[in-house]
Design a protein around this ligand. Structure first.
Ligand SMILES: Cc1cc2nc3c(=O)[nH]c(=O)nc-3n(C[C@H](O)[C@H](O)[C@H](O)COP(=O)(O)OP(=O)(O)OC[C@H]3O[C@@H](n4cnc5c(N)ncnc54)[C@H](O)[C@@H]3O)c2cc1C
Length: 647
């Protein structure tokens, strides 16, 4: 009987998986990339007893202070040793891009220029888009802000694919599985307290101590009409603790929240790389090879992925600011007995698929790459959350970082406090709150804007060699960055420039092509709301003023132009997306399998059909857990079926 055979098979299952590390070139699974998609997945597969090879183009820098100290994420983003720096186009035409205050140009003398009006003869490089090419991927230099996506984000995947395992109700347990919440009462519904992913928050007393931060917080609450709370000086009253509150109307609540982010009991940031380190310490059958840039998935004539080709060497990828064109690395291969899983992130996953002969036939032919599977969606559907900032100047310097100032040759007292107790200003990100708001064009009427605040001047991502000063160095400014969820654009593309795997692909977001008018309106609503906040601060009625975009942007039309010119993003997604059988651009089915190829999956931010959440990180970690379950389930079923066939 089949059912009996399955039972027998399942009981034998434990002995089927290889528990010892396998030889050097052959593994059950090969995972490419160690970010939030690939890192935890590789660990889970190894934990289940399979031999796993995790190939990471960068190195392990997880013990570097810039990756450990929450307040130093900016340093991590500017560190050449960690960065893959892309220069992207927001618009297809250079004229529109030229209005961007963050545009990077190559000057005739070979140096860089950042901003508008570059020296005569400069050429446009693109907008700096920092990614991390290191163990843990971008999770090592991001804010680690932990915000669950809306219910729609998961339900949409279920609806598109007809696979009900993706519904919000069924996805939520993955969050509970991974979370180790450090500040809510144990047992709080919808949260986990024993997972591997620590979630902490900033020390509220530090924010309460700073009168100007308190005023912005009070203004935020007042602007939402929550008058009774707005009078409080208790940060816990002003800003709710739990942005991931388990509540049926969570997606419709406009409110102010404290920032929760990934940090452990000792105040250390905890990234996907930290998770991989744990697995190595535990001696799981996980082999991690650093400095290993995967250049191609090997696919046999039966269209089955059988392994990968990779180059071994430091800084081989040309997005690495230290890369040298003549450093070509050593060619290696590795074999996957079961499957290859690509987790290279939104820019690199489609690049690797294309290099492997999977993608739009036209594009592959252009680069003389043999077409194995004509999959039009690879590198299409690129999208992002749009962001713009409103910067307000205050009468006084913010005192938050004052105790961190130190003389040359001395150690910052904030470092000592952080190192000793895991507390103090360096145990925070500097960001102090989120304000959730619903714009006039919100899809489905659910909150679509998240404003996150910091006592700093932020106009977007600018490279370390920037010539911009002024606002960026000011200590008496506060920025509310408005990030728009569920933006409508699907027109972005990642395409090959050449067939050299070390070359960086062409990345063009084609901003505001689809639904642009509504997306712009949403952001304008956000700017106006930020202004309302700054005008609602008790005790600061006439003493602060806007310095960016500035009071001269005083009409809807001017604000719309500001949004067009200055919007940016850092949550790029969806270039190898999951979709239904009837979706011509679907690259994956709902089980993460690349359509038309056996034993090949994609598990990372590129798999989402639309950019999830407000901040997507937790969504990717949840996706990675789901992928782990799916892959292990398929392995079990395959074994059971084989055993059943024998009987
Ligand atoms: C500056 C910045 C700040 C952010 N802040 C936040 C935040 O606060 N909250 C939030 O929710 N999200 C944030 N994000 C977004 C979030 O970090 C990313 O969406 C997430 O890291 C994507 O995970 P991933 O696994 O898809 O890819 P990645 O994190 O990009 O990881 C991919 C990994 O694969 C490796 N790799 C790529 N190609 C190859 C190859 N061919 N061979 C071998 N290795 C390869 C890379 O080196 C990298 O380590 C931020 C992103 C950026 C860039």
């Amino acid at each position: 009987m089949f059912s009996l055979s399955i039972l027998t098979a399942l009981s034998l299952y434990a002995s089927f998986v290889s528990s010892a590390p396998s030889n050097e070139s052959s593994f059950d699974y090969i995972v490419v990339g160690s970010g939030p998609g690939g890192g935890p997945l590789a660990v889970n597969l190894a934990q289940a007893g399979y031999s796993v090879l995790l190939l990471e183009a960068g190195r392990n820098l997880t013990s570097d202070y810039s990756q450990l100290v929450p307040a130093l994420i900016g340093q991590a983003q500017w560190d050449e040793a960690q960065g893959w720096w892309f220069y992207v186009k927001d618009y297809g035409n250079a004229t529109e891009g030229a209005n961007n205050d963050k545009m990077v140009w190559r000057k005739p003398d070979g140096g860089y220029w950042v901003g508008q009006n570059p020296p005569e003869g400069s050429t446009q490089l693109g907008v700096w888009y920092p990614r991390a090419g290191t163990l843990g991927g971008c999770d090592t230099h991001n804010g680690g802000l932990t915000v669950l996506p809306s219910e729609w984000d998961w339900d949409n995947i279920a609806n598109q694919t007809g696979d009900i395992s993706w519904t919000h109700d069924r996805m939520l347990h993955y969050f509970e599985r991974i979370e180790r919440n450090l500040f809510l009462p144990p047992g709080t519904p919808g949260h986990g307290f024993n997972g591997y992913q620590p979630v902490g928050r900033g020390d509220k007393t530090l924010f309460e101590k700073e009168p100007q931060i308190l005023a912005v917080t009070q203004g935020s609450v007042a602007a939402l009409g929550l008058t009774a709370r707005a009078a409080s000086t208790d940060f816990d009253v002003l800003a709710k603790q739990d942005i991931n509150e388990f509540s049926p109307d969570r997606d419709y609540q406009n409110d102010v929240y404290q920032i929760s982010f990934k940090k452990d009991e000792r105040g250390r940031r905890f990234s996907a790389g930290s998770r991989v380190n744990q697995a190595i310490e535990w001696g799981l059958p996980l082999t991690v090879r650093f400095d290993s840039l995967v250049t191609k998935v090997q696919i046999d004539e039966d269209l089955r992925a059988t392994g990968v080709e990779y180059l071994e060497g430091e800084s081989l990828y040309l997005a690495d600011p230290r890369a040298k064109r003549n450093n070509t690395g050593i060619r290696r291969t590795a074999t996957a007995k079961r499957e290859v899983i690509i987790s290279g992130g939104t820019f690199n996953t489609p690049q690797l698929l294309l290099l492997s002969g999977i993608g739009p036939a036209e594009e592959l032919k252009k680069h003389d790459i043999p077409v194995l599977v004509d999959l039009p969606g690879v590198g299409k559907n690129l999208q992002d959350h749009y962001e713009v900032g409103v910067i307000q100047e205050f009468p006084n310097n913010f005192t938050f970082w004052d105790e961190c100032v130190y003389e040359a040759g001395q150690v910052s007292p904030c470092f000592e406090t952080w190192e000793r107790n895991g507390t103090g200003p360096w145990s925070t990100l500097g960001f102090d709150k989120f304000t959730l708001y619903t714009s006039s064009v919100a899809p489905r009427g659910s909150r679509d804007l998240i404003l996150y605040g910091v006592m700093d001047g932020v106009i977007g991502h600018v490279p370390p060699y920037t010539n911009l000063t002024g606002l960026l160095n000011a200590t008496n400014v506060y920025t509310y960055t408005i990030s728009e969820s569920h933006s409508r654009n699907r027109a972005g593309t990642v395409t090959l420039r050449t067939s050299d795997p070390r070359d960086v692909p062409e990345i063009n977001f084609n901003y505001f092509t689809d639904g642009g008018e509504d997306d712009i309106q949403g952001l304008v609503d956000g700017i106006e709301f930020a202004r309302k906040i700054f005008n609602s601060m008790p005790g600061f009625e006439n003493t602060t003023h806007e310095v960016y975009p500035g009071p001269e942007f005083d009409t809807q039309e001017k604000l719309r132009q500001y949004v067009r010119d200055q919007a940016y993003g850092h949550h790029a997604s969806s270039t190898a997306s999951i979709g239904g059988d009837d979706d011509p651009l679907a690259v994956l089915n709902s089980r993460f399998q690349v359509r038309g190829v056996k034993s090949l999956r994609v598990v990372d931010m590129s798999a989402f059909p639309t950019t999830p959440g407000t901040f997507p990180l937790i969504s990717i970690f949840m996706l990675s857990e789901k992928a782990s379950d799916t892959i292990l389930e398929d392995a079990t079923l395959e074994y059971a079926t084989q055993e059943a066939a024998k009987n």
